[in-house]
Structure formats: structure tokens, C-alpha cells
Design a protein around this ligand. Structure first.
Ligand SMILES: Nc1ncnc2c1ncn2[C@@H]1O[C@H](COP(=O)(O)OP(=O)(O)O)[C@@H](O)[C@H]1O
Ligand SMILES: [Mg+2]
Length: 257
């Protein structure tokens, strides 16, 4: 199984949107995929078409010592999603204490998944620095960091690199820009700056800002089924092709496409 952690140092840049979109695209291509919500906000399943926030999930399973994936949901697009599940302060404190003492907890947990060769796991995380993101980076074969087209994301690139280097020495993330408005000169300039700083590690397919994204969320639908011809759906297909041809094809457990 090929495991991807979606991270960012800035908040609200589209980590969850990207997790849900990539998972849906993989499923549409008949590649087995599990989307795992490792963010206590517990919203990923709603981006995959579920009209209510899931009560069950990874955290309740942990607390009741259920085996992996008992609470996996299959949505209408055949994407399996394991929600984080409902949390409260006390349950989060217990869980986080456990994560602090077992830095490879998530890695071991997902090792129990019996998925076919070539399957993908895509993990959504809270923004860095985060105990959850750290666990996902330790577990991942590939870390995909999401950038907004702004100076904040540019300034935070070293923080992303340092966070990954701390838990996986010698490894580097790859990057994708999300929310690009190419009619704005400043954003195009910033994209050029990101390109010169990150070179081949920045996806050549930035994801444009497109109102199809919030519209899909408002309709409890996923983007690809609601707006298959939108600009952003086109961008996402480009990103996935790039991942499958390059970063996600060069490691053990690679996808067979
Ligand atoms: N490419 C995009 N175009 C327009 N809106 C977007 C795009 N990507 C994300 N959004 C919107 O931005 C907000 C934050 O996205 P989200 O995926 O929840 O970010 P994060 O998980 O990083 O906090 C949401 O309202 C989402 O609909
Ligand atoms: Mg999110």
C-alpha cells in the first residue's frame, strides 16, 4: 500500500479538500483507496459525500479497543473513508498522551490494513506543528505539503521541511499549490518564487481557486461527480497523473497503474 500524508504549516489551505479529491479520483480510476481522517476536526467524511459528521471512527475505536477499520465508511464513490470520529476534551487528552509515548502508533495501526497491492492510503492531518501530522509523516511513504499562493506559505516552507526532517531524517516533502488565481499578478509572481525555491519538488499542476470547490461541499457532493469539467477537476487530474508518474511511483509499495 502506498501511503501519502497531506500536510501544511498554514491553516485552511485545502488539505482536506485535496485528500478527498485525490481519493475520489483514484477510486474513479479503479485504484483501491482509503482516506483516513487523522484530524480531530473530523470533517473529511463530509467532503466525501456524507451528509453528517461521523460519530464512529478511529478515536472511538481506539478507546474501545476495536480492531482497525471497524468504522470505515464506504461512500457513494467507492472511496473507503475512516473518519476520526467524535471526540471530546477528555478522550483527546487520553489519545494524545498515547501518541506522545508511541511515536509510531499510526504506522503500526495502519500496518493492520489488509489492502491489495497497488492500493493507496491518503491521510488528512491538522496543520503543523501537530502531533497528528507528525504521526502521519512517520507512517507515510510520501509527504505532500499544500501551499497557498501567499507569502505566509512561502515563509513557512522551512517549517514544513524541518518538521519532516525531525521525524524522518533525510526525507523531503513534495509540494502543491492550491487556490491559485492566475488573474492576479501577485499570485503568479509568488508561484514563480515557489518554483525557483522548490524546483522539481513543486507539482507543475497548481490547483486553481474555483467556486466549484465550495459548491460541492455545500451540496454534500464530491467535486468530481458534481463538476467533472471544472478547471479544478482538470488541475486535480494533472496533479494525480504527476504523482503516479513520479513521486508515487518510485518507492516500494508503488501503485500499479
Ligand atoms: N481550489 C479551491 N478553490 C476554492 N475554494 C477552495 C479550494 N480549496 C479549498 N477551498 C476552500 O477553502 C476552505 C478550506 O479548505 P480545507 O480543505 O478545509 O482546508 P484545510 O483542510 O487545509 O483546513 C474550504 O472552504 C474549501 O472549500
Ligand atoms: Mg482540514
Amino acid at each position: 500500500m502506498f501511503k501519502i500524508a497531506i500536510v501544511s504549516a498554514a491553516g485552511g489551505v485545502g488539505r482536506s479538500t485535496l485528500t478527498a479529491s485525490l481519493a475520489t479520483l483514484l477510486a474513479q480510476r479503479k485504484i483501491a483507496v482509503l482516506a483516513l481522517d487523522f484530524d480531530p476536526q473530523n470533517l473529511l467524511s463530509t467532503l466525501l459525500g456524507s451528509d453528517e459528521i461521523s460519530l464512529g471512527g478511529l478515536l472511538p475505536d481506539f478507546l474501545t479497543k476495536k480492531e482497525f477499520g471497524k468504522s470505515a465508511l464506504i461512500n457513494s464513490n467507492e472511496v473507503a473513508c475512516l473518519p476520526f470520529g467524535r471526540a471530546n476534551e477528555a478522550s483527546l487528552a487520553t489519545f494524545e498522551q498515547h501518541l506522545r509515548t508511541e511515536s509510531e502508533w499510526l504506522k503500526k495501526y495502519i500496518a493492520q490494513i489488509d489492502y491489495p497491492p497497488g492500493a493507496f492510503l491518503i491521510m488528512d492531518t491538522p496543520r503543523l506543528p501537530s502531533l497528528y501530522a507528525r504521526q502521519a509523516m512517520v507512517a507515510a511513504d510520501l509527504v505532500l505539503a499544500v501551499l497557498a499562493p501567499d507569502t505566509r506559505s512561502l515563509a513557512l516552507v522551512p517549517a514544513v521541511e524541518a518538521a519532516l526532517a525531525r521525524c524522518a531524517p533525510g526525507r523531503q516533502p513534495i509540494y502543491v499549490m492550491n487556490g491559485l488565481d492566475s488573474t492576479r499578478a501577485l499570485q503568479s509572481d509568488l508561484l514563480a518564487q515557489f518554483r525557483s525555491a522548490l524546483q522539481m519538488r513543486l507539482s507543475p499542476y497548481p490547483i486553481h481557486r474555483d467556486e466549484a470547490v465550495p459548491r460541492a461541499v455545500a451540496n454534500y457532493a464530491n467535486l468530481q461527480s458534481l463538476s467533472p469539467d471544472s478547471l479544478v477537476a482538470h488541475d486535480l487530474n494533472g496533479l494525480l497523473n504527476w504523482l503516479l508518474a513520479g513521486p508515487a511511483s518510485s518507492l516500494d509499495g508503488r501503485a500499479q497503474v
